[in-house]
Design a protein around this ligand. Structure first.
Ligand code: IMP
Length: 189
């Protein structure tokens, strides 16, 4: 069994390949542009994306969408995370948070999977805090300004450890649980 990972980011294909190898599911990189609808809800972005992909006749695939939701900014940048990262960047988020006492935030990752004619949508969350300054050289995106526990930032935590607690790692765990519950994994081994 193979699933297409529909993304422009080859790094995601490698991450999924690692997570699903033990279940006998292979991953292949598949480039197919689809519209990301304007909505404040990650799950809606994913489910509308899946409608479009299926209209194009593609089946057995995975897509995902993630973002950073800051409590004091009422969930911003959320579904606009990629745009915020490109424009104001981490210094811009820190500026918006200057003098703000409530530093709570969460990363969310929504995965949509079509497998054997069934649709599964799951969301993994990782709660934490926005730091006062950027710290660490690892990771990408908002990693230098996000700490899961008030200690090291994601950019200071080794990738294997980050994957064990991250929004994407948690979403993958939920997806695998749901596949097992529906007997989709065993059926393909
Ligand atoms: P995407 O939907 O997974 O491409 O993520 C949207 C944006 O959220 C990206 O451009 C990143 O800036 C940010 N992002 C997503 N996941 C992470 C993460 O694990 N660490 C840091 N930033 C992330």
């Amino acid at each position: 069994m193979k699933l297409k990972v529909i993304t422009s980011n080859p790094g995601k294909v490698a991450e999924y390949a690692k997570s699903f190898a033990d279940l006998g599911i292979g991953m292949e990189h598949y480039r197919l542009p689809y519209d990301e609808v304007q909505t404040s809800d990650l799950e809606e972005v994913v489910s509308k994306g899946m409608d479009e992909i299926e209209r194009k006749g593609v089946r057995d695939y995975i897509i995902d969408d993630s973002g950073l939701f800051v409590d004091a900014l009422k969930g911003f940048p959320g579904v606009w995370s990629a745009y915020a990262q490109k424009t104001i960047g981490n210094p811009g988020i820190l500026k918006l948070m200057e003098g703000v006492g409530d530093r709570g935030a969460e990363f969310r990752c929504c995965i949509g999977c079509d497998i054997s004619g069934q649709r599964i949508i799951v969301t993994g969350v990782c709660r934490g805090y926005i730091t006062d300054s950027e710290r660490g050289d690892g990771g990408f995106g908002f990693d230098p300004i996000f700490t899961p526990d008030g200690g090291r930032t994601f950019a200071e935590i080794p990738i294997e450890e980050k994957n064990g607690m991250s929004h994407r790692g948690n979403a993958v765990k939920l997806l695998i649980e749901e596949m097992k519950k529906r007997n989709l994994v065993r059926a393909h081994q």
